[in-house]
Design a protein around this ligand. Structure first.
Ligand code: 2AM
Length: 189
């Protein structure tokens, strides 16, 4: 129906994220595949592995320039992440990889939230209790013991030098979520 098609095209589901480089994505992919084999569930496809900084949800296409502008207003330094832990959230049956709290990442998220709030998007603030993570496996059995996930071997993952972040569109397709970068923003020392 043309009307429905028009409505669908009028918004985009958007989020800001860090994207791992090929080497780290390959390491995380290996862990995700092995963990899904061990616990069950659906591993994230390698090219879609990411760490969300701020989730915006459905946004009118006409507002995208304002979001790009907000991203450009973020002033934060590059930092390095070491992905060294796995976790399991029973409420959404999700296995994730994460890192120790790190000031550079906290500052980037705070700066981004401030820029979004100043641009009129305070909804990002609802991520107050947000744990930065990369989703590795979805739809694990609810009975998965969190302790066993935490003890699952991660191996030696490459360090993750973070020097830019992205605004990304998410589309749900038959084969899962497809992510398209819309804009990229450098982190400058
Ligand atoms: P998830 O991997 O933990 O599901 C694209 O969907 C990205 O936005 C994913 O990283 C997803 O996190 C995150 N996301 C989806 N809905 C969200 C919400 N309501 N709040 C915060 N992040 C969300």
């Amino acid at each position: 129906m043309p009307e429905a098609a028009g409505r669908a095209a009028a918004t985009q589901r958007l989020f800001f994220a860090l994207w791992p480089d090929i080497e780290l994505a390959a390491g995380l992919d290996a862990v995700a595949t092995a963990a899904a084999r061990r616990f069950g569930g659906r591993p994230t496809r390698r090219e879609t592995l990411h760490l969300t900084l701020a989730f915006l949800g459905d946004i009118a296409i006409s507002e995208v320039p304002a979001l790009i502008d907000a991203g450009r207003h973020v002033v934060a330094s590059p930092f390095e992440l070491n992905i060294d832990r796995l976790g399991f959230w029973r409420h959404n049956r999700l296995l994730w990889a994460g890192c120790a709290p790190i000031a550079g990442l906290d500052r980037l998220i705070a700066q981004l939230q401030a820029a979004l709030a100043a641009a009129g998007y305070p909804l990002a603030i609802r991520q107050h209790s947000f744990t930065p993570h990369l989703t590795l496996v979805r739809k694990l059995p609810a009975s998965t013991p969190p302790g066993e996930v935490g003890g699952f071997p991660l191996g030696q993952l490459a360090a993750w030098p973070c020097s830019h972040f992205r605004l990304v569109e998410s589309r749900l397709t038959a084969s899962g979520s497809e992510y398209t970068p819309i804009a990229e923003f450098p982190l400058a020392a």
